[in-house]
Structure formats: structure tokens, C-alpha cells
Design a protein around this ligand. Structure first.
Ligand SMILES: [Zn+2]
Length: 422
């Protein structure tokens, strides 16, 4: 047995503890004092469960000039993420079994962290065929890729997903509420895809969801959040929490749904820290600087963020703007629960996916630090607190803040025996 020591986040609080890790990479014991064949002492650094980012676009296969699974998951690891859930708008889009199998084959052995795949059924008949995906994604409005479905079609997909007990994550914007005006900057983009489009879409979604497990992706404003029923779940992105249209980002700040006003952002942050939002998901959606250099109207929507989500939030622990249980819930335990995977908590029997972080370790976000293939981050210069070490199933994947390993990430497939572990 191998022993890792530190101030462990266990059962909702920090305690100086030893974690015993067995050969399969699982936590075998949690005790005040444990003896092992090898021991790593992290002193008074915090040991938190590895983050689960339930919304990323690793662009692999098909769009690997923007990002790829090896590079993207190394960046994830640098940011304390040990499991990602990858969206289906890769090329070919994951709308068929063939595309799903092809993607599974392509990614095998290349990821630095564990991963879950989404599929995008375009009809009810596609739903049972795509049951090897852990979850589904449905687009109500056009974004990157042309996967949007109509409301009646979505309703049929929900009825089929309900039978499978499958999670359906939804990009909720009502294209009927978009304004036909040209946008020249993020503020114009927000006006063209207004909050009412999101609010209406979420309301529609709640009306038609039935018993389906519905998850609202990237809520950007309190008006939309107010529409999310207590029995549905939702996520917020770090860019909607930390950026708004007043930042001079040009097309790099173009994303869907758009960055909102500074006042909207404040209200969203307040709702988040009060526990009204289940999860923080990066919606890591990289494009190259060349692509983002096109005129605003033509530039693609989306921005990278998988490496900075946890570090930006961790920084807010030190300033007292956020408490640690809220952060751990939003970035680890709750997203794992939403996906229905056995990750996101430190307990006996769980994979030893761990983040070691010292809250006093403050640094500015730089392009070099996050190591994105696309070569930029919209959070450049912002204060953050990156992990010093990260473990995946007990193996170090980050040491001294740098990614040290790759390829040991595994595909997580749906459990056939039910939705939840005992
Ligand atoms: Zn997305």
C-alpha cells in the first residue's frame, strides 16, 4: 500500500489524514496514521477530490488543429481536472454508433485523465443505439457544428432518453428570440443573442422534459436560472463568472451563449456562491488565434478554459469570496453525481483521483502556464491558484505544477446495473 498524507477534504471538511492507496489505484484506507511501503507527505497542503469537468470540447477527432485529446487532457490535469466529459460536436459528429466507435478507437490510450463521451442523438430511434455514451447533448440553437434539433424532435428524444435513464445536457437558447443585427463586439453579440432567448428556452425545456434527467448547460443569467426547476440540474462556466462584455477581448470573447453585462455577472456569481447552481463546467472550446482573428461576425464562438476553472475558483477561497465545500461540490462531487459516475469524492473504494493545492500559492494565469494547443487564454493575467500535484488512480499526473504523464486516462462507460453506487 502507498500512503499520501495532507489536509484531506473528507466528509465535508478538512482534516490531517493519511490515504492508503492499493495497487488498483483505489483508496483502501483513510486514517489519522497509516504505514505504507512508500509514503508521500504533502504537509499542510490541501488534498481535494480530483475535479470532474462535465463539459469540454477536445476537438478530437477531426478538428485537431484547435485542440486534441492528449494536449487538452494535459491542460486539464494542470488545472486539477481528473475526469472530463467530451462533447459530441467532433468530426464526424457523434450522432451514430459508427461515429461513437470511431471516436472511442481514436482516443484510446492518448488521454492524460479519465474521460466520458457524450453522443448527440438527432432522433428518438438513435437514442437506444447510442447507449454506450454516458450522456447525451441536445442543441436547441446553432453553435459550433450543426447539431440543433427542433422542439418537437427534442421532446421525442427526451421520451426515449427517459426509458434509458440517460442524462440529457441541453444547450438552451431559443433561436426564435435572436435579433437579426450584426455584432461587432461581445456586447453586440450579447444583444443579438439576448437573455430572453435563454430564459424562454429553459422554460420550454422544463415544460417538455417529463421524467428525463435534464441538465442545463452554461446558464449565463439569473433570469434563465430562475426557470431551472429544482429537479433539474444546471452548470455555470468560469467565463460567465469571471468575464463579461466590458473586457477588451474582441472576438476572443465571442462565445455561445454570450458573455453578459457586468451586473449580470455579479448576480450570477452571487447565485453561484449561495448554492443555486449545481456545477462549474469549463465549456473548454478552443479555436486558433487565426480563427479568432477573423472579423467578429465570422469568428467562431467558444473559448478555452479547462486548465483555469479550478485555479480561478481556488483563488476565491483565499479571498473569502467562496467557501471550500461549495467549490468541491461544484467542481467534483456534484458533476460526478450528475453524470452518474463513481468519481468526485474522497472515500474508501473510490479511485484515488486527488488534487493537492496550497491556497497561498497565488500566480497570474499565463498562456505558457496552461499549455493550450490554441496558444491563448481569455483569463491572461488573472490571479489563480494552480495545484502543485495531481493524482489519477493513485498515479502522479502533475508534479510541481507540471504535467508529468500522459496516456493513462481511461474511458468511463455507462454502468449497466443502475444509476448509483451503494
Ligand atoms: Zn459547449
Amino acid at each position: 500500500m502507498w500512503v499520501i498524507r495532507g489536509r484531506v477534504f473528507f466528509r465535508g471538511q478538512l482534516e490531517p489524514l493519511s490515504l492508503g492507496i492499493d495497487e488498483s489505484g483505489r483508496i483502501a484506507a483513510i486514517k489519522k496514521v497509516l504505514r505504507g511501503d512508500a509514503e508521500t507527505d504533502h504537509g499542510d497542503a490541501l488534498i481535494l477530490p480530483g475535479c470532474v469537468d462535465l463539459h469540454v470540447h477536445m476537438r478530437d477527432p477531426g478538428l485537431t488543429h484547435k485542440e486534441d485529446i492528449s494536449c487538452g487532457t494535459r491542460s486539464a490535469a494542470i488545472g486539477g481536472v481528473t475526469t472530463i466529459a467530451d462533447m459530441p460536436n467532433t468530426v464526424p459528429a457523434v450522432t451514430t454508433t459508427t461515429a461513437l466507435n470511431q471516436k472511442t478507437d481514436k482516443l484510446r490510450g492518448r488521454a492524460a485523465v479519465d474521460y466520458v463521451l457524450y453522443a448527440a442523438p438527432q432522433s428518438a430511434t438513435a437514442v437506444p443505439r447510442l447507449s454506450d455514451a454516458v450522456a447525451f447533448k441536445v442543441y436547441m440553437a446553432e453553435s459550433t457544428g450543426n447539431l440543433e434539433v427542433t422542439v418537437p424532435r427534442m421532446e421525442e428524444i427526451f421520451r426515449a432518453a427517459e426509458k434509458e435513464g440517460k442524462l440529457v445536457a441541453v444547450h438552451a437558447e431559443d433561436p426564435g428570440k435572436f435579433m437579426k443585427q450584426k455584432a461587432r463586439d461581445p456586447q453586440g453579440h450579447a444583444a443579438a443573442r439576448p437573455k430572453i432567448a435563454e430564459q424562454t428556452a429553459v422554460a420550454t425545456l422544463m415544460r417538455i422534459r417529463g421524467e428525463a434527467r435534464v441538465h442545463v448547460a452554461h446558464v449565463t443569467c439569473v433570469e434563465a436560472l430562475d426557470q431551472v426547476a429544482a429537479t433539474a440540474t444546471c452548470e455555470v462556466t468560469p467565463h460567465h463568472l469571471f468575464l463579461d462584455w466590458s473586457k477588451p477581448l474582441g472576438a476572443r470573447g465571442k462565445t455561445n451563449p454570450p458573455l453578459r453585462s457586468p451586473a449580470d455577472r455579479d448576480a450570477l456569481w452571487d447565485a453561484f456562491r449561495k448554492g443555486r447552481i449545481d456545477a462549474v463546467a469549463s465549456d473548454h472550446a478552443p479555436h486558433t488565434l487565426d480563427e479568432k482573428g477573423e472579423p467578429f461576425e465570422e469568428a467562431p464562438a467558444g473559448l478555452p478554459g479547462v486548465a483555469t476553472a479550478f485555479p480561478l475558483l481556488m483563488r476565491r477561497i483565499r479571498t473569502g469570496d467562496l467557501d471550500l465545500p461549495r467549490l468541491v461540490s461544484a467542481m467534483a462531487s456534484r458533476p460526478a453525481e450528475i453524470l452518474g459516475i463513481a468519481k468526485g469524492t474522497i472515500e474508501v473504494g473510490r479511485d484515488a483521483d486527488l488534487v493537492v493545492v496550497d491556497p497561498r500559492n497565488i500566480e497570474a494565469v499565463t498562456t505558457k502556464r496552461v499549455r493550450y494547443k490554441c496558444g491563448w487564454t481569455p483569463f491572461e493575467g488573472m490571479e489563480a491558484c494552480f495545484p502543485q500535484a495531481v493524482y489519477l488512480r493513485g498515479e502522479p499526473i502533475v508534479e510541481d505544477g507540471e504535467a508529468v504523464a500522459e496516456g493513462q486516462g481511461r474511458l468511463i462507460t455507462p454502468r449497466r446495473t443502475g444509476h448509483h453506487d451503494a
